[in-house]
Design a protein around this ligand. Sequence first.
Ligand code: SF4
Length: 76
Amino acid sequence: MNQSWRQHAACRGLDPEIFYPASDEEAGAAKAVCALCSVEESCLEFALSAREREGVWGGATERERRRIIRQRRRTA
Ligand code: SF4
C-alpha cells in the first residue's frame, strides 16, 4: 500500500502520546489534530486495512474503527 500520505501527516513531529490516549474520552486532542489533517481519509483507510489495534488514526479510536469495520461488513 502506498504510504506517501504519511509525508503530509499533521501529526508529524507531535508527541505520539497524544495519539495513544488511555480511553476514548481522552482522545479529543488527537481527534482535533486529525480533523485538520489533509490525509485523514488515507490514514483511516490504512489503519482499517492494517487492523491497527491501538491509537487514534484518521480521527478514529480503536473502538470506532472496529465499529466502522462491522458496519462495512454488514453493508458489503
Ligand atoms: S489523520 Fe491524524 S493520525 Fe492520521 S496522519 Fe493525520 S493527524 Fe496523523
